[in-house]
Write a protein that binds this ligand. Sequence first.
Ligand code: IPE
Ligand code: IPE
Ligand code: MG
Length: 247
Amino acid sequence: MASLDLSVIPEHVAIIMDGNGRWAKQRGLPRTIGHNKGVEAVRETVKAAGEAGVKFLTLFAFSSENWSRPESEIEALLGLLRRFIRRDLADLHRENVRIRIIGERDNLRGDILPLLLEAEETTRNNTAMTLVIAFNYGSRNEIARAVAKIAADVAAGFIAPDAVDAEMISRRLDTADIPDPDLIIRTSGEERLSNFLLWQAAYSELVFLPCYWPDFDRQQFEEALRIFASRDRRFGGLSPATTAVVG
Ligand code: IPE
Ligand code: IPE
Ligand code: MG
C-alpha cells in the first residue's frame, strides 16, 4: 500500500464483476466453478477496499437481465449469494461493515429477500465501510421506480411538477444517501456499463481491466486505484492547474 497516494482514494468504488464464465471456460470447467471462485475475489476485494480507506464499495452481483440465463446457472448464483450471506455476515459485522442492498425487491424468490433484509438489519449501525450489493439490479428499472414514486406524489398533490429536479430523482433511487461512485471498475475486458448505475455514473471515472473476475485480487484493486489517482476529474469545469494559468 506504500505506493498508493492516499489523498486521492475514491470515497465510493463500484465494481462490475465480470468474466466468471470465461475464466472457467478457459480451464475447461463449468461456468459455476468460475462463480464459486469469484466469491473469493469478493472477500479479498472487500478487505482491500476497507484497508485502502474506501468508504463505499458497490458490487454488481446479479442484474435484472441475468434472469435470462439458464435456470441451473441462476440457481447456482442464488445459492452462492445465500451462502455468502450465511457464512460471511458474521465476519462482515465483526469488521464493522454495513451492508446495503440495491435493486428491485418485489417478487424475489423464496428466502432471498428475508436474507437480504437480515444482512441490512444486522449491520445497519456499522460505520467502517458500506458494502452495497446490487442484486436484481438494473438502472433503468431503478430510475423507472423512482419516477413512479414521484409521479404518485405529483398525482396526490404533494409536489408540483416543476419542483421535480435531478436532486429529487437521486433521493428516490435505491442509492439515496449513498454518494455517486467516484470510480467504476469492470473486469473481463468488456467496456460497457450493462445497465449499472447509469444515473449515478454521470461523473464516475471508468476503469476497464482485462483480467477475469476470479483473478481479481488486491494487486488488481490497487492498480485500479492508481489509474484513478492519475485521472484529472473536471466535472465540466477546469482542472486546478489550468485555472491557475488562466487566472
Ligand atoms: C459475472 O461473470 C457474474 C455475473 C454476471 C453474475 P459472467 O457470468 O458474466 O461471466 P462471463 O462474462 O460469461 O465470462
Ligand atoms: C453484468 O455482467 C452483470 C453483473 C456483473 C452482475 P453481464 O455479464 O451480465 O453483462 P453483459 O451481458 O456482458 O453485458
Ligand atoms: Mg459477463
